[in-house]
Write a protein that binds this ligand. Sequence first.
Ligand code: UD1
Length: 494
Amino acid sequence: MRESFIIEGLAGQKILKGSVKIAGAKNAALKAMAASILFDAPVQLNNIPDTEDIHVMSEILEKLGAKVVWSQNSLNIDTTGISSTVIDPKLAAIMRASVVLTGPILARFGKVSFPTPGGCVIGARPIDLFINGYEKMGATISETDFNYTIEMPQIGLLNNSTNGISGTSAIGGQSRSETDRTGLGNPSAIQIHFDKKTVGGTETLMMAAVLGGGTMTLMNCAMEPEIVNLAEWLNECGADIQGVGTETIMINGTGGKLLSPKMPYVAIPDRIEAGSYLILGALCAENMTIENCRPDHLALLIDMLIKSGVPIEIINHETSMSSIKSAGPSGQIFYGRIIITGNTKPNSTFKSFDVSTKEYPGFPTDLQAQIVTYLTQVTGGSIVTENIFEGRFKYVSDLQKMGAKLELIDAKEVSIVGPAELRKEHMDTHHQSNDGLDQHLNAHDIRAGFAIVMAALVGKGIFTVNNTYFIDRGYEKLEERLTALGANIRRVTL
Ligand code: UD1
């Protein structure tokens, strides 16, 4: 079923108003779901966004033999009955984050099979840093055209005859003792230096070492808040992970003891969703409050927008682990707010700036398409450089069709001159094919999808945005939330 959004552009008027409550971060929640495999009892995960990626990860866990119950933005996951170490190839092909499951599966069972992972179409997304890391941990890796099998029996906690796992090698029919698991038995014996900062790689190798028998040091780690969110919870439940949020992480393995769910996991607010709505508000809203967010996770974007001329107020609210604990399983946790207030001047009064994407705390690649769209509306020239993923400018041709003045300099850089009026008329005049499809806009990936919806809202005319599936993967109930702010957007099946 192909679904599209029909959006009535506001023609530059700033008439949206109200508040948006930010959901839990999908990129954090997915990793906590994978980590449920490290536990000896069912785990409770709270503040989980109702997005497609979360449901795909639930299905993958179910195929492994876990029980997953979804209820009102919470998940209860019981992995005690896992009966397979083979990650479902069809589901994994949909979502690259499935590769993070390899860490916890290896930690617990010593073996995993998985396909070359899929995911967003944002250029080559290799997994060499994972594979190199597993090799340094002593794994045996066999690779066919579309599949990897990794064995690391020295850290696998259980074996098939005690646990009914399909495909793992039986070792004496008993659980291994702490002293058997020699691979991680020599403190500091394993040091892994990532050649490139990788979010998924950092999280995955961290989880692979959590149950081991010694110490592993990871260097040149990614420092994203989602990694901190995961490690803080694991530490509360029996793990010993030091240095998270810095470039060097040290994991002291539990020596074979599974983690215990001493407290529920609570996903941090989604900084990318908050940033996306903030940019949208800057272009289309007179007054808008972004609730339930962590402004400190968006410091660079907020600073850039304020310097550009957007009237923004920040209310930070300290959120510590103790405040999360005292809130209890269903209690309310207070986060911060970002408020756009009195945003009445035309977008052309805002000033342009250059952007270069970088690992956290740099400018997130996941906000690159949204900020390019913003820059098409403000006055001046800008260069936006994409340093994380190649092939992340596919949406540029859609903005050009609408009348935006921007062009690709090369695969990494786009140059923009603003402001330009975005109009459906431009698309009607310039369309070339007879199928009429180039009169439609496209969501090329999750974040570019949001950017194109935003461009349609700023523009003049009625726009159709195809491939809403991508947007649904990362944004909870987008059309409902935009409608609540006063936008005219509806979902149709074409
Ligand atoms: C995560 C986020 C994604 C975000 C990205 C960068 C999730 C589910 N997704 O993706 O939304 O855009 O971080 O902030 O959390 N690389 C290699 N070899 C590897 C692994 C990565 O070369 O083995 C490269 C990638 O191609 C990319 C860079 O490292 O150029 C960073 O990728 P990485 O941080 O791993 O992204 P993800 O964890 O997949």
